[in-house]
Design a protein. Structure first.
Length: 313
């Protein structure tokens, strides 16, 4: 039978100091009913949901050898190199730099008492591959094919958009992005992309855009558009979060399960948290909504983008 990890324990000389360092590293917090104090023989930190404890126990002997167990950590909202710089400023030191050309690899750090841990690439750097975009296209395409004739005029969570207008937007944005990547003129903003075959038009536009992203050098090149400059890899992430969010809108409007790839929703949420400031919201997104911490990733994504999510299940 599997076990649950209750706590991770650090032997150390100064429990209070080390707990402060790891609190700033992880975002774990002191027990609100029993906080840490400099003279305490132990220090304790709780994960945000209370499911995991970091325990720091004072011992007389110093650390002499490399630890046999260490933590591999992934920044949630920063890039790896930014996180390394932040932690060095907090008192960590670089033990081994395993970063590789192209962005792969990790950095081995040691906390103020020499305990080693690794910082890997952040969630915002783990850009989805073109193949993964294809999975999202397929999932949303399945939703479109199951729209019943009477549902095309139904309202959606997007204000003033019917199901038909929402699908028209999805097809149109696929064509806009494909034109941008190919240095071609964009289609007219008011064009009717749905015509008589919504599912077929969507599949054709998705296939064209996926092929455009898959062309050599596209992900590395910088493209300029109405919202500024972005690399092809960043354009892919922008297209992905819009696609997933509107896939959820479509599912809500038509009463279908929002069976969208959870890992891509997590990546998209990490990306938009770094890109979408409050100043970027007016006219494009509503204020971020409160969402349940353990809700599916797609619900946390759309809540951050301003959709009210019914968590009363």
């Amino acid at each position: 039978m599997a076990v649950r990890i209750k706590s991770i324990t650090f032997d150390c000389a100064d429990p209070y100091r080390l707990a402060q360092f790891w609190s700033q590293l992880t975002g774990f917090v002191e027990d609100p009913d029993n906080g840490n104090a400099p003279e305490d023989p132990e220090g304790l930190l709780l994960s945000p949901d209370g499911s995991l404890v970091l325990l720091f126990i004072g011992v007389p002997e110093p650390k002499r050898v490399k630890n046999r167990v260490h933590l591999d950590l992934v920044p949630l909202e920063r890039r790896r190199d930014e996180e390394v710089d932040r932690l060095v400023g907090l008192g960590a030191r670089v033990v081994d730099d395993r970063r590789r050309p192209g962005g792969a690899g990790w950095v081995v750090l040691a906390d103020p008492e020499g305990n080693e841990f690794c910082i890997e690439r952040g969630d915002v750097e783990r850009a989805p591959a073109v193949e993964q975009l294809g999975l999202a296209f397929a999932a949303v395409g399945d939703l479109i094919t199951k729209v019943r004739p009477e549902q095309w005029s139904a309202p959606t969570p997007c204000t003033d958009w019917t199901v038909r207008r929402l699908v028209n937007h999805l097809i149109g944005m696929n064509r806009v992005f494909a034109a941008l990547l190919a240095d071609e003129p964009a289609p007219r903003p008011a064009a009717d992309h749905v015509e008589d075959d919504p599912a077929g038009a969507y599949r054709d536009s998705a296939a064209r855009l996926q092929a455009a992203f898959d062309a050599p050098g596209v992900l590395e090149r910088t493209y300029f558009g109405p919202l500024g400059a972005a690399t092809g890899a960043e354009r892919l992430q922008i297209r992905l979060y819009d696609l997933l969010a509107h896939g959820w809108d479509l599912a809500q409007a038509t009463g279908q399960p929002a069976a969208l790839p959870d890992d891509l929703c997590e990546q998209s949420l990490a990306f938009v948290r770094t890109q979408l400031t409050e100043h970027a919201r007016p006219g494009r997104f509503g204020p971020a909504q409160m969402g349940a911490e353990h809700a599916p990733a797609i619900e946390r994504l759309v809540a951050f983008l301003g959709r009210p999510v019914n968590t009363g299940r």
